[in-house]
Design a protein around this ligand. Structure first.
Ligand code: PLP
Length: 345
């Protein structure tokens, strides 16, 4: 085996959706933007549609077009970026539901696609997407008169349950939508865990489905196994890799494995990260190269054909800590050069 294998456990993903769904009394939609956080939006969404998910969120109209092909008619596909210039054909052709973010988008939508379904995104303090309270006041009569499918906003600090921003955004969202008849949505994964006050009519988790924090009870979904190309003994005083950043203090058995930063293994994690050879934790030695990584296998009794970077022993969040980032970035960085394998049923 020469290629690394990215295994996506759809059974675990299904369990994560069901467990998140069971925490609320409302509808549980799913977020499949960025190719389902790198894990394959087509396969992931088809499985989720089969177990009854009716609403899918993507970031861009282009993603929505591809998703419509994978899902066929039926499920609703919502687009966070709303109706951008040049999107009309995609929105109507793939029957997408743009989440309208501004007065300009509202006018563009009514002008180019009158009567086409839409939702509204409100800004409750994150200052990223959506209409602010003043803009919403000016537009609400027109927007609500056209029967939006959904009125939504997004929490900035939901992964920190004690952060005062959560209650503040909840208050603003209620003020902005208290007399809205359309279904309302405020929460992603973090908001589901904040409790029922945050759930409204629909929640839209992403990362929790894919096995990441803040859903601490998530089952791991992605595992990454990397083949060993070569092993050697490095003598005391010899170095490994670019820049001689690691020098052996004693004779060390070193394996070179077939993946690197071109596969989305963030180079900065090198000094702090490990892989697993069977049950044995093995330190990464020296710099991560484009296609190669050296690891210390001195304590490995029987060398396996592959080592595990992600999986049973090591979660996306452990790896994220080593890289000084978040699980979201670990998943979405995973490269295209993997042999992708889906476990289902
Ligand atoms: C990405 C995103 C989500 C999903 O968030 P997770 O933290 O991955 O659950 C939900 N809503 C919006 C607006 C998003 O951008």
């Amino acid at each position: 085996m020469a290629q690394s294998t990215l295994t996506i456990d759809l059974n675990a993903l299904r369990t994560n959706w069901r467990n998140l769904n069971s925490k609320t009394a409302c509808e549980t939609a799913v977020v499949v933007k960025a190719d389902s956080y790198g894990l394959g939006a087509g396969k992931v969404s088809q499985m989720l549609a089969q177990i009854g998910v009716r609403k899918f969120f993507v970031a861009l109209a282009e993603e929505g077009v591809a998703l419509r092909q994978a899902l066929g008619d039926g499920p609703e596909i919502c687009v966070f970026s709303g109706h951008m210039n040049g999107d009309a054909e995609k929105i109507s052709g793939a029957r997408l539901t743009p989440m309208i973010n501004s007065l300009d988008q509202m006018l563009l939508h009514i002008e180019t696609l009158p009567g086409h379904p839409f939702g509204v995104q409100l800004d409750t303090g994150m200052n990223r997407l959506g209409m602010e309270p003043a803009e919403w006041s000016a537009l609400r009569e027109i927007a609500l008169g056209q029967n939006p499918e959904l009125v939504m906003s997004h929490l900035a600090c939901a992964d920190e349950p004690d952060h005062p921003m959560n209650a503040q955004q909840l208050r603003v969202f209620k003020e902005m939508t208290h007399d809205v008849d359309a279904p309302r949505s405020l929460s992603a994964t973090g908001g589901i865990l904040l409790g029922p006050d945050y759930h409204f009519d629909l929640c839209r988790p992403g990362i929790g489905l894919y096995g990441g924090l803040p859903f601490v009870d998530a089952q791991p979904v992605a595992s990454l196994d990397i083949p060993v190309i070569q092993v050697r003994t490095v003598e005391e005083g010899e170095s490994v890799g670019y820049g001689n950043t690691w020098i052996a203090e004693q004779p060390t058995y070193v394996a070179t494995i077939a993946a690197g930063y071109a596969d989305g293994i963030i180079r900065a994690m090198g000094p702090k990260a490990y892989v697993y050879a069977g049950e044995q934790r093995c330190k990464i030695l020296g710099r991560i190269s484009m296609d190669l990584i050296a690891v210390d296998v001195t304590n490995v009794a029987e060398m396996p054909e592959t080592v595990e970077l992600l999986g049973r022993h090591q979660s996306v969040d452990t790896l994220a800590d080593a890289a000084g980032t978040i699980g979201y970035e670990i998943l979405t960085s995973l490269g295209a050069r993997y042999d992708r394998h889906y476990i289902d049923g």
